[in-house]
Design a protein around this ligand. Structure first.
Ligand code: ZN
Ligand code: ZN
Ligand code: FE
Length: 759
């Protein structure tokens, strides 16, 4: 007989790890105990040598599906001659473990959900150790029912029995409950008054009659209506003042989604993954006819499959309440628009009373319940293998760094803000927080900092922020650092973009970085956004840039692509064309004169603004309804045109490293066929950037290229450029675990801050 103390670290709490250990111990005839503590899971075990060896092996390879085992460390212990194996009380203490992410209802729970004989038949809060809410309901670690928003739902005798029975699949399932002891679903009218109907039946009936129903999800409310009811979709748009932004649709399964979009094997797997992100899929030609107004004019549609029992029950009801799970494999006709309930770009609505108040005038009814959402968490959005928004299902999963290092708090940027906290060799990036242009989002940012520091139990040594001093995140960083007597470091926006990609690839550099972006404040005070950088830890040298275009009207130019088109025309010496070409725009008359005098026309090297200029020149879009819209429409147009060859002589590269795209812009200004031109623009841009990088690689001897910045959400550009660089024998690093846009820069800021501390 031997005895060991075993420590397991990683994501091992709230994922059924202790029951897994208990079952292993029964099987291997071991004695001792297992418990959660601040560092993860601790085991004291004694038994014969061979079973003890098998235990260590299987702790690693048979771990439960939601867990992530980072380390299993065993040390010899004194034999205590214990009898049997037990799960003992959690030990509080310094936290260095992680909470699991929220996941969709698992197959076993679905079996029970649709089984009329099961006591959890149609139970809207069914969950087990392998599925259900985690991050969004957890207040503190260690993960225990008392620390979640299920705390005030005491288990009934039957549930308590399952919870305490190591052989049951709900053994220590912290969020378990049943119709008798769990939260209650309820349906309310537009003013919050309870409606007498059975909630699922009533909600579906309302939706089918064209109503907009606010439904409480894992990380916040969704606004839901019938996706094939053009009137309801138009009403939702009008009420949400979201004139053109695409909506995502909620569909029963992959088969049903094939009615509207093309889906390859990887996309099908992603749709059905337990994280249940919204996946952007290529629309069929008739998609806009079937789902009028859902994602007008765009080539892709965001699709999400049911995540929560409530969502499953809506589809179940629509299918006529069949028994069993077979119906979920068959095509279902119910198609629902499901858009985040975040009026005015503010954070998600999570609390019931807030929902009724903030969604007044938008929602016709509310399907909600009394299980609180502790942390708001938006839906994640993925296209291809690329994150566009990283939130529910992925937060708070840590990103592994190259090495352990000091703890850093990075406060992110302005748009699509996220924050990042590092601990040892892990980086915790928060869910998507949003644009920090309103008080509610700024408050959410501050709460997110407090929450992430608490959940990771980190006292940062340094605070990082964007170089721009006026961002809310930068001001917050300064105040936080002052309050806590910490070092502070400002990180240039595009340095951070490249560093974010290096961090997730655990690549230490030096490296060539191409930042293709909207606008970020440059080290020289200019408006950067198309930069060739040489990044080496905390050092970042700008070795190339795009030839600048003026931004006529400053910030307005970023929202009005016609202004960038005018800037391009002016730059080409064709200022006289501005007024006639953009006669619809009131400001067009005076713009040439404004450009001549250089009044309120700061120069920018942003590639994002070049996309805007082309969208304006091709009359794709004069004024953008939302950030990035012009570039998205341009990409959609190019996709329809198919293959194009680069324009010969479309660019010039100067000895000073300046890439000049004016010849390409001249061609765009003269183009007759917008779709053909859009395709040619993408092809030429990819060729130009590839040559630019190739020359820089030769000059610097660097063979690794890192691509960062919002422009790399453009699939055509990213694909074509990557192919060219790879063909030229260069290694390409791209954003995989975070979006390439500003949603990822907090990780880059943290990475640079660590190199600063270590230097
Ligand atoms: Zn389950
Ligand atoms: Zn119960
Ligand atoms: Fe950026």
């Amino acid at each position: 007989m031997i005895a060991s103390r075993i420590r397991i670290t990683g994501v091992v709490q709230g994922v059924g790890f202790r029951p897994f250990v208990w079952r292993l111990a029964q099987e291997l005839d071991l004695h001792g105990w297992v418990r959660n503590d601040g560092q993860g899971v601790e085991i004291a075990a004694e038994g014969a040598a061979e079973p003890m060896r098998v235990l260590l092996e299987r702790l690693r390879c048979d771990a439960p599906p939601l867990s992530r085992v980072d380390a299993v460390e065993a040390s010899a212990a004194v034999l205590e001659g214990g009898k049997g194996f037990v799960i003992v009380e959690s030990q509080a203490g310094r936290v260095s473990t992680a909470i699991a992410h929220d996941t969709a209802t698992c197959a076993d729970c679905l079996d029970e959900l649709f089984d009329r004989g099961n006591r959890r038949h149609a139970h809207a809060f069914i969950t087990c150790t392998h599925c259900g809410p985690r991050y969004t309901v957890t207040r503190h670690l260690p993960y225990d029912r008392a620390q979640t928003s299920l705390a005030h739902f005491p288990l009934c005798a039957e549930c308590a029995g399952e919870y305490a029975d190591p052989a049951d699949r709900r053994f220590h399932a912290e969020t378990t409950c049943c119709p008798d002891c769990g939260p209650q679903l309820s349906l309310h009218d537009a003013r919050g008054k309870p409606l007498p109907h059975e909630p699922i039946v009533g909600a579906l009936r309302l939706i089918r009659h064209g109503a907009i129903v606010a439904i409480k999800g894992l990380g916040g409310f969704h606004l839901i209506c019938a996706a094939d009811d053009a009137g309801a979709v138009a009403r939702l748009r009008a009420r949400k003042s979201r004139e053109e932004k695409p909506f995502a649709v909620l569909l029963a399964n992959v088969v049903s989604a094939r009615d509207y979009t093309e889906i390859d094997t990887e996309e099908a797997a992603l749709l059905a993954a337990p994280e249940r992100p919204i996946v952007l899929l290529k629309k069929h030609g008739d998609c806009d006819l079937k789902l009028e107004g859902v994602a007008p004019g765009l080539s892709s549609l965001g699709v999400m499959l049911p995540t929560t029992p409530i969502q499953f029950l809506l589809f179940h009801e629509a299918a006529g309440r069949p028994a069993g799970r077979d119906w979920l494999e068959a095509k279902q006709t119910l198609a629902l628009v499901a858009t985040s309930a975040n009026p005015g770009g503010e954070p998600l609505v999570t609390a019931n009373d807030q929902a009724v108040m903030r969604l007044s005038g938008i929602a016709d009814a509310f399907l909600m319940h009394d299980r609180d959402i502790v942390s708001p968490c938006d839906d994640s959005v993925i296209r291809g293998a690329q994150f566009i928004r990283r939130a529910r299902g992925f937060t708070p999963r840590a990103i592994r760094l190259a090495s352990a290092g000091p703890s850093v708090l990075a406060c992110g940027g302005w748009f699509k803000n996220s924050i990042c906290v590092t601990r040892s060799d892990e980086a915790y990036v928060s869910q998507h927080i949003g644009d920090l242009d309103n008080a509610a989002s700024c408050l959410f940012h501050e709460e997110s900092v407090a929450r992430l520091l608490e959940l990771t139990d980190v006292q940062p040594e340094i605070v990082a922020h964007d170089l721009h001093p006026d961002f809310h995140s930068s001001r917050f960083a300064a105040a936080f650092a002052a309050r806590n007597g910490l070092h502070i470091i400002a990180v240039q926006h595009h340095h951070a973009h490249i560093a974010a990609v290096l961090a997730e690839h655990r690549y230490e550099g030096p490296v060539l970085g191409l930042a293709a972006d909207g606008v970020g404040l440059g080290a020289d005070g200019g408006a950067w956004g198309g930069e060739l950088l040489l990044v080496d830890g905390r050092h970042c040298e700008r070795i190339g840039r795009l030839a600048p275009l003026p931004l006529p009207g400053g910030d307005r130019a970023a929202r009005e692509p016609w202004r960038m088109a005018a800037a391009a025309l002016w730059q080409l010496g064709r200022g006289a064309e501005i007024a006639p070409r953009f006669a619809m725009q009131a400001a067009a008359d005076g713009l040439a004169a404004m450009l001549d005098r250089g009044v309120n026309c700061p120069p920018t090297s942003s590639l994002g603004r070049v996309f805007d200029a082309v969208a304006g020149l091709l009359a794709v879009r004069a004024v953008a309804a939302f950030e990035g819209q012009a570039a998205m429409l341009l990409e959609g147009l190019a996709q329809r045109a198919g293959h194009a060859s680069p324009l010969t002589g479309g660019w010039r590269i100067g000895a000073d490293g300046v890439l000049d795209l004016m010849p390409l812009l001249a061609a765009m200004a003269n183009a007759a066929d917008p779709a053909q031109a859009a395709a040619q623009f993408h092809a030429t841009l990819a060729a130009a950037l590839a040559e630019w990088l190739h020359l820089a690689a030769k000059a610097t001897g660097q063979r690794t290229v890192t691509l960062g910045g919002g422009c790399f959400l453009n699939e055509i550009l990213t694909r074509a450029l990557t192919a060219r660089l790879t063909d030229a024998g260069l290694q390409v690093l791209r954003a995989r675990r975070l979006p390439p846009n500003d949603g990822g820069i907090s990780l880059g800021q943290a990475w640079v801050a660590r190199h600063f501390l270590e230097a």
